[in-house]
Design a protein around this ligand. Structure first.
Ligand code: CTP
Ligand code: CA
Length: 233
């Protein structure tokens, strides 16, 4: 869609979007990372700006992507850096969308020098410690009227369907909206031609049709705008 063809329905809203995958260093040259491309978060930021929002994009590691026009970009690497930048930006934001793939754990020790292998020493073991749950912190520190949106990638398994897991995660996380991507082999059986679900804290549930990341971004912003209207803020 042409930018000038989009509604400016997010004008006046200050939004923060996190994107990409964090990297947790083991030593100066190595890290634990994940395969997040960052494309969904970038699409959310780009579409929000096109629809008139004032957007800060907190970007961890991504594939090569163009900077979204009209967006304030803050680059970070580790989960701790992302945490700091998101909380700082969230202080005066109306909406925070956590699309980043945040590492759940980091190496408990970061070596100051490159780790070397040695024939007289046992091979090293990586000990992990828990990173802070940024989404849970956002929910706990939410300012009045602030909307907090989480993302989750779920598969169905013997404990339940994609939707079962998603409902439980929405409750656990306490966010206002949860965007659920159905991933993995169970998807075709579970959700037919849906790419996932949009769950709201008030119990509203809508399927997200398969489509591009820009289309998903538009669906998410429609839901956010609807949620803000309903809650009268
Ligand atoms: N998230 C976060 N901080 C973390 C981990 C995750 O803010 N340390 C956010 C993600 O950005 C996402 C949401 O929480 O918006 C859900 O992430 P997910 O990995 O699905 O949830 P977890 O609670 O980490 O559960 P799981 O054990 O299934 O990974
Ligand atoms: Ca996780």
């Amino acid at each position: 869609a042409r930018a000038d063809a989009l509604p400016r329905d997010l004008a006046g809203l200050r939004v923060v979007v996190s994107a990409g995958g964090t990297r947790e260093p083991l030593d100066p040259v190595r890290y634990l990372g994940n395969r997040s491309s960052g494309k969904q978060g970038y699409a959310l930021a780009r579409v929000a700006a096109q629809r008139g929002a004032e957007v800060t994009l907190v970007a961890a590691h991504t594939v090569a992507l163009p900077d979204p026009p009209g967006v304030t970009l803050r680059r970070v690497s580790t989960a701790e850096e992302l945490r700091g930048a998101v909380h700082e930006s969230a202080e005066n934001a109306d909406v925070v969308v956590m699309a980043a793939a945040v590492a759940d754990f980091r190496p408990a020790n970061r070596a100051d020098y490159k780790i070397k292998k040695s024939d007289d020493q046992p091979d090293p073991t990586v000990v992990l410690e828990r990173n802070a749950d940024i989404l849970a912190e956002l929910v706990a520190n939410r300012r009045p009227g602030q909307t907090v949106v989480g993302f989750a990638a779920e598969t169905g398994d013997h404990h339940g369907s994609v939707l079962d897991h998603a409902r439980a995660k929405l409750k656990r996380k306490g966010c206002d909206l949860l965007v659920v991507n159905a991933v993995g082999e169970g998807r075709a059986f579970e959700v037919e031609d849906n790419a996932g679900w949009l769950l709201a804290a008030d119990g509203a549930e809508s399927p997200i049709p398969l489509g591009s990341k820009s289309q998903l971004a538009a669906t998410v912003w429609d839901a956010v705008a609807h949620f803000i209207q309903r809650s009268g803020s």
